[in-house]
Design a protein around this ligand. Structure first.
Ligand code: BGC
Length: 377
C-alpha cells in the first residue's frame, strides 16, 4: 500500500539501499542530487523506495527527571507501533553518565538502522557526532522538546518554551497580586539545569516579564541572586532545589517574608514548597510546569500556584507526524523559521502553544485529560 505513495527524495534514497528498505531503481532522465558519495543517486539512477512497515524509528530520551519524559516514552512506543513502524525508545541513564549513555543510545539506534532519529537531548551541545552520523546515513534528525546545537539537526518540535517562561513570569505576578494587592514583593528565582538548552529559554521568557518589575521596585530578589548561573538547578534535581531553598531561607528570610518563587517546573516547585513547609514558614506563590499529577493535586489544594500544560500526547503525536512525513522523503510543516539559531543555522521548528493553569482554570484546561481531569473535580 505504501509502495504507491512513497517516493523517497534523492537525499534519502541512496542510503535506504544500505539501510534495508526495499528499492526499485530505474534510469532517471535527470541526475538526482547526490546526498552522499558513491550513491546510486549520484550515479544518475533514480531510486523509488518502499520503506516497509515495521521500519525502526529511534527515540533517544534524556534521563527521567520529570513525569513528561516517562509519559513520552510510553506514548512514543504506542504511537510509533500504531503508525506501523518499530519503536526503539531509550532513556539516558540518570546521574553523571547521562550524556554518554544518550550518545550510546543514539549511536546504537543508527547501527540498528533507524530510519528517523528523534532526540530529547540530555545535553544539546554534546550530540554533534551523533547528528553527523545520522546525516551521513541519510537519517533525518528531529530535536524533540529540547534544542540540539548541531548543524545536522533537521527539525525541532516543541512547545513554545520562551512563551512558557513568559507565562510563568506573568503567573508569578498575578499570584502575588492576588495574595497582597500592593508590592514590593520579595521573590527568589530558580532556573533549570544549565546543560539543558531549554533552561535559558524558560528563564529568558520569565525575565522578559519580571525584569521590568524588578527594575521598578515592585519585585525584590532579596538574596540578590538574579544571574542564571546562581539560579540554576543541576540535573533538574528536586534535592538541589530543596537545598538551595533551605540555604536561601536561612541566609535571607530569617525575618523577611518570602512572597514568591519562580520555579521552572513542577518537580522543583514541590521541592521548594517542601523546604518552606519544613521550616514552618508561610507558603510563597510558586510557579511550575508540566502538569505533573502531584502538582495538579497541590494546586487544587491551594499550595502550588500554577503549572503549565504542555500536553505530551500532542507533542509526541506531532513528532511522529513529522517522522512519518520525513520517512517518505517529504518536507514536514513548520511554523517557526527564526527562533532556533544553533549557531550554524536556524533549525526549522514546529512550536505548539503552552497553556498556563491555576486552580481557577484547571477543570477547563484538563477537560480532555483522563488522568488529570478527575483531580480537578
Ligand atoms: C522540559 C520540561 C521539563 C524539564 C525537566 C525541559 O527541557 O521542557 O518540560 O520539566 O526539561 O525534565
Amino acid at each position: 500500500m505504501r509502495k504507491s505513495m512513497v517516493a523517497i527524495a534523492a537525499a534519502c534514497s541512496s542510503l535506504l539501499i544500505l539501510s534495508g528498505c526495499s528499492t526499485e531503481s530505474e534510469t532517471a532522465t535527470e541526475t538526482a542530487a547526490p546526498a552522499a558519495s558513491g550513491s546510486a543517486a549520484a550515479a544518475g539512477t533514480q531510486t523509488t523506495t518502499t520503506c516497509a512497515p515495521g521500519d525502526r524509528i529511534g527515540v533517544a530520551l534524556p534521563a527521567q527527571t520529570s513525569e513528561n519524559w516517562t509519559l513520552a516514552k510510553q506514548l512514543f512506543e504506542e504511537q510509533i507501533t500504531a503508525a506501523g513502524f518499530t519503536p526503539d525508545v531509550q532513556f539516558a541513564d540518570s546521574g553523571s553518565s547521562a550524556v554518554a549513555s544518550q550518545q550510546a543510545n543514539a549511536d546504537n539506534m543508527l547501527t540498528q538502522q533507524a530510519k528517523v532519529l528523534v532526540i530529547g537531548a540530555e545535553n544539546g551541545q554534546q550530540l554533534g557526532s551523533q547528528a553527523e552520523a545520522a546525516e551521513a546515513a541519510g537519517v533525518p534528525l528531529i530535536a524533540y522538546d529540547r534544542p540540539i546545537d548541531a548543524k545536522a539537526t533537521d527539525y525541532y518540535v516543541a512547545f513554545d518554551n520562551f512563551k512558557v517562561g513568559q507565562l510563568q513570569g506573568q503567573a508569578l505576578l498575578d499570584g502575588l497580586k492576588a495574595k497582597k494587592a500592593e508590592g514590593p514583593y520579595n521573590i527568589e528565582l530558580f532556573s533549570g539545569s544549565s546543560d539543558d538548552a531549554n533552561s535559558a529559554v524558560f528563564f529568558g521568557g520569565a525575565m522578559d516579564v519580571l525584569q521590568p518589575k524588578i527594575d521598578d521596585g515592585t519585585l525584590v530578589v532579596a538574596s540578590g541572586q538574579t544571574d542564571i548561573k546562581q539560579t540554576a538547578t543541576a540535573g533538574w534535581k528536586a534535592e538541589n532545589a530543596q537545598s538551595r531553598t533551605d540555604a536561601l531561607l536561612t541566609s535571607t528570610y530569617g525575618t523577611k517574608s518570602l512572597d514568591g518563587v519562580l520555579s521552572p517546573n513542577d518537580t522543583l516547585a514541590r521541592a521548594i514548597l517542601t523546604s518552606v513547609e519544613s521550616q514552618g514558614k508561610p507558603l510563597p506563590v510558586v510557579t511550575g510546569q508540566d502538569s505533573e499529577v502531584e502538582s495538579v493535586k497541590s494546586i487544587m489544594a491551594g499550595k502550588q500556584y500554577s503549572t503549565i500544560n504542555k500536553d505530551t500526547r500532542v507533542l509526541v503525536a506531532k513528532a511522529i507526524d513529522m517522522a512519518k512525513v520525513l520517512q517518505t522523503g517529504k518536507t514536514p510543516e513548520v511554523n517557526d523559521t527564526k527562533s532556533y539559531n544553533n549557531g550554524v543555522k536556524i533549525v526549522p521548528a514546529y512550536l505548539l502553544p503552552p497553556v498556563i493553569v491555576t486552580k481557577a482554570n484547571a477543570a477547563e484546561a484538563y477537560a480532555n485529560d483522563p488522568v488529570l481531569s478527575p483531580l480537578t473535580k
